[in-house]
Ligand binder design. Sequence first.
Ligand code: ADP
Ligand code: MG
Length: 687
Amino acid sequence: MGPLRADLLKKELSIFTYKDLLDHFPLRHIDKTRVDPIRAARTTIDYIQVSGTLVNSQCLGEGRSRRLVATLKDATDELELVWFQGIPWIQKQLVPGQTYLVFGKPSVFNGRLQISHPEMEVLAPAARPAGSAVLEPIYPSTEKLKAKSMNGRQLGKFIRQLLEALKPADLPENLPPGPLEKFRFPSRFDAYQSIHFPATEAAYHQALERLKFEELFFSQVRLSLVRLERNRHSRGVVFSQVGDLFNDFYRQHLPFPLTNAQKRVLKEIRHDMGKGSQMNRLLQGDVGSGKTMVALLSMLLAADNGYQACLMAPTEILARQHYESISVLLKDMPLQVELLTGSTRAARRKPILERLANGEIHFVVGTHALLEEKVVFHRLGLAVIDEQHRFGVAQRARLWKKAAVPPHILVMTATPIPRTLAMTAYGDLDYSVIDELPPGRLPVQTVHRYDDARASVMDFIRTEIGKGRQAYIIFPLIEESEKLDLENLMRGYENVKAFFPEPKYWISMVHGRQPPDTKETNMQRFVRHDTQIMVATTVIEVGVNVPNATVMVIESAEKFGLSQLHQLRGRVGRGAEKSFCILLTGRQLNSEARERLNTMVATNDGFLIAEKDLALRGPGDIEGTRQSGELALKLADLVADKKWVEIAGELARRLVTADPELREPAHQPVRLFLLSQKGKLAWSRIS
Ligand code: ADP
Ligand code: MG
């Protein structure tokens, strides 16, 4: 394909290589020989394939609402076809009077049934013998690709070309013979052919099962190798004593009694850090469950034993907040705490690096900047990673290398994951959970409102501000259409400003496109209560702590995932006052969005929400697991394919335990495949 299309494929679908294209699996197959009557079109069905005569086509509307409208007619009824993009090109292709095969999702606009941006082809007369199904793959595509005539069908043509050019040696077998025989899986080469262009439905299902198994098997082999690698380095710093720093702080500076769950987790951590091997622990706890205090107390244990500790957060804002709250808590303690982020100026950075290297600094709080090679510790004993989901195994491994003996690692996440999934996704970590909120928390009251009630929502915010409270108003910012979303945000901001004019009210605005210091200034103004309203995108999603804020309004709430909504809601309800979360949406909602909103209204329990999220979206979407690459499942579903999860996981663990170097002849396919996976983790053990 030409460079323009190739570029678009990279941008829109992250398809860079032939392998990426092969891994662009079809959403479903349709039987091409099956044609529905137009009369059967309903908005409730996902896709329909009809054939009919094109009776007319014309351009309507001006500017943004300009569109091309055509009518397709068969013996039973007629249907409108609409295009909003690529109009001149499409108009040239359309021939009135011609018979077309048309495929797409029916929708209703202005009371008329239509398909927008349908996939069309001229119907060849008497294409196939009657009665034989021809399964044609339908691929996910995007609006931008479709506008460049790279719809799902066109993608299929590229994939077919590619598959025709491949030889079995291009897709060598990667599973050991055992499971291949036992489950009668097709070969890898055949599986790729059949997942895209199956001869029969049965062939498709066999291919699908095999590729799911493969995916799960390799994700577990990788994690097992990581666990093994860690055990090889298992010599760990021994924190043998609880000393004065911990005890003084605990007795004199702890601002509140710990919850039982916090105490229990702290005990688990203390035990781990005292036994002589490296700790790698995942700490889960709902938003507001008090993970930071557990982290701080663990860091004090490190200091008591003569070691340094670092706390790493995913954003500048969050790192600064941690730094400030820890500094306040430790202000009467003989401990040096510093902040180090990407925007720390050179003049400040230099002495910090020196004092870290010579051991003067006890605790450093920061962002990814802490991973840089220039950051050298005197004696790093503990690394705490907050909001773990943005850090993968590889990044954790970079921390181990910062000390002769690998430091203990505590990863904390506020995106609860059901236990079984946590074990699979983070199979290389031990697991603790804070399952109790500090006493006296008032649950956040959540409601769902339609856009047209916005004025009364603003009135409500005004009342809360009148009582001295503050409010967040969150807009979605989704990368795919970042520019459009930014426009939305700006319009939203102007809108909010019209309701809350200066100088009576002041508004902060924070979004991802701002330079860090602008972000920081706006954030700080809200923290200091110089502004009453924070208009923001999800940059404030994690960790931000402003206890005086009692209202969280989420605009276009249907665009957010459940765990994201839960995270956002967690920004309120942090103080003594009752808090509210208002989910705003339009009236048109699909059933899944409605279910998400209902779940949010019904419960505040992060673990319940996580399970619901899992059921609705599947774990492939759990934030971060995809980015971190360890559980980038494209086909398998940890819930629906539980059987394979268990079988493949067990097999992978057994294999790695029995033959850690992957030397046995039967394991060569596995070894060679892992070695061919460049860009994944490099396995020093296998060579
Ligand atoms: P998260 O687990 O979401 O990171 P934080 O550590 O930010 O939660 O804690 C949320 C709030 O609860 C903070 O203001 C913190 O000071 C407070 N907090 C933590 N532990 C307790 C406790 N045992 N009793 C009362 N308040 C607590
Ligand atoms: Mg936190």
